[in-house]
Design a protein. Structure first.
Length: 59
């Protein structure tokens, strides 16, 4: 089985098997799933997806 990649537009992190879909999309963590509200960083410290100012969905 191929690993799922986070639905956050600037994130390439794998999605854990335990992830719950948000609006039919899968995210690697809460920060990505909530469109980085308050500029919260990705759960992966090496990922800088939160720096792109993504204004996606809010949960």
């Amino acid at each position: 089985m191929t690993a799922r990649i986070c639905a956050c537009p600037h994130c390439d992190c794998p999605v854990p098997d335990t992830a719950v879909p948000v609006n039919d999309r899968y995210y690697c963590g809460t920060a990505c799933a909530t469109a980085h509200d308050d500029r919260r960083p990705c759960q992966n410290p090496k990922c800088d997806c939160h720096k792109h100012g993504w204004g996606g969905i809010k949960t």
